[in-house]
Design a protein. Sequence first.
Length: 114
Amino acid sequence: VQFVESGGGLVQPGGSLRLSCATSGFTFSSYVMIWYRQAPGKEREWVAHITSTSGRPTYADSVKGRFSISRDNAANTVTLQMNSLKPEDTAVYYCNAFPPFGSWGQGTRVTVSS
């Protein structure tokens, strides 16, 4: 099982980024997919998830209305569109399935700063 996150970077407050997660090694279309993030010195936290077939999204209150999760079951990828970014969104972002696999990707770093 592999997760490869990409798309992070440095952005000013109010800016946007689009994160992608390429997956392999499991039946992607059968799993709920989750984006997590881990800010410096903090625990990893759930950001958003999307169901397997209906593609219904659910968001943490902290990102609701600003982030949008989507998936492409043909390409085995999950995407996180992040708009109106705030400094508190600074973190390393990871994806995984639910239930989570033991292997994690390297994550992609998002820094929101002026």
